[in-house]
Design a protein around this ligand. Structure first.
Ligand SMILES: C[S@@+](CC[C@H](N)C(=O)[O-])C[C@H]1O[C@@H](n2cnc3c(N)ncnc32)[C@H](O)[C@@H]1O
Ligand code: SF4
Length: 343
């Protein structure tokens, strides 16, 4: 029996949305929990979901595999913090069968780095080649202020371990007004000096987190203009299947990416959807429309109801998002947190 037959997907077509975009990239939040409490992501007293609502590792595997059977070629595990989910390596090792069979091109994850020292070798052994590590500052005190609970040294050791294991790393840094905006030169020199790409991310208005969003918002157009006074930034065509637009920094030779959801639209070429750890499928990061895949997943062992729910959801994938920070009330445009959809 072929893998397609086993998954009940033989004869089913590739997922294509109403605007002709093939869905080839699935981001999966494997937990809503995290060992950090980054100020732009979570409130310090976040309440987390009851266990019964969270998909088991087996259910997550089945869900990912259903998407793979329908043409998804890249899987990214995220969270919350994916590496704090108990048994996470069981899921990674199991999903790696799709790499070996050639059904996917990449299995990867986005992590805060806190557990990397522990897992780097196992990730590499499971076929993971590149990971994203989120790190907004190289200053230990600032790091603590941003993450509330994080230890910079632990993350830096994790990065060392990952590089020693042969994993390629891209650093993601959220640009925060008045917090790390004086540090981008240092971050660039550090990342590029270690052979890592760096991507700067604009703060997105997701979830109530206490502090005013407008206080944190720093337009990357401004950051780029400032960096251009110091470096030659050459536009390059490099794409990773994500929304970042890259330049090469002539002086360091490294790549620098910009993700600008508020000031620039990256929707035309969107090939991705997101699933939360409860099995909710979001067709667009910036819209509330979602589909419940847990119900069809738990309804029966055969995948037919699941495929039907996925097809129906993809037929509703919107053309683009609509992020706006409500400037009068400083309320987020969307009530859910980034730790729900995984960024
Ligand atoms: C939600 S985290 C999940 C994975 C992992 N815990 C980590 O931090 O890399 C994924 C990414 O979203 C980013 N993020 C979280 N909240 C954000 C926000 N409001 N605006 C922009 N990026 C955000 C984080 O910095 C991180 O790079
Ligand atoms: S950004 Fe990542 S590390 Fe920070 S609180 Fe959110 S999920 Fe945790």
């Amino acid at each position: 029996m072929s893998a397609l037959e086993r998954d009940g997907a033989s004869g089913r077509p590739q997922l294509v949305d109403p605007f002709g975009r093939a869905i080839t990239y699935l981001r999966v939040s494997v937990t809503d929990r995290c060992d950090f409490r980054c100020v732009y992501c979570m409130a310090e007293d976040m309440s987390f979901l009851p266990k019964a609502e969270i998909l088991t590792l087996e259910e997550l595997d089945r869900l990912c595999s259903a998407f793979v059977a329908r043409g998804v070629r890249k899987l990214r595990l995220t969270g919350g913090e994916p590496l704090v989910r108990r048994g996470i390596m069981t899921l990674v090792a199991s999903l790696s069968r799709h790499l070996r069979s050639g059904q996917i091109d990449e299995l990867t994850l986005t992590t805060n780095g806190s557990q990397l020292a522990k897992y780097a070798d196992a990730l590499r052994a499971a076929g993971i080649r590149r990971i994203n590590v989120s790190l907004d500052t190289l200053d230990a005190e600032k790091f603590r202020a941003i993450t509330r609970w994080g230890e910079l040294d632990q993350v830096l050791s994790g990065i060392d371990a990952a590089q020693a294991a042969g994993l390629k790393i891209k650093i993601n840094a959220v640009a925060l007004k008045g917090v790390n905006e004086d540090e981008f030169l240092q971050l660039i020199e550090w990342a590029h000096g270690r052979g890592m790409d760096l991507t700067l991310i604009e703060v997105m208005p997701l979830g109530e987190i206490g502090a005013g969003r407008l206080d944190q918002y720093l337009p990357l157009s401004l950051v780029r203009a400032r960096l251009a006074e110091r470096y030659r930034l050459d536009d390059i065509d490099y794409r990773t299947g994500g929304p970042a637009r890259y330049v090469r920094v002539a002086e360091t030779g490294g790549r620098l990416g910009f993700i600008t959801p508020l000031t620039h639209n990256f929707c035309e070429s969107c090939n991705r959807v997101r699933v939360t750890c409860t099995g909710t499928l979001y067709m667009c990061l910036g819209q509330n429309d979602a589909a419940d895949l847990r119900k069809p997943l738990r309804a029966c062992e055969a995948n037919d109801p699941l495929f039907a729910a996925i097809d129906e959801a993809i037929s509703r994938k919107p053309k683009g998002h609509d992020f706006v920070i409500d400037r009068r009330h400083q309320r987020p445009a969307l009530a859910r947190h980034m730790s729900v959809t995984g960024g």
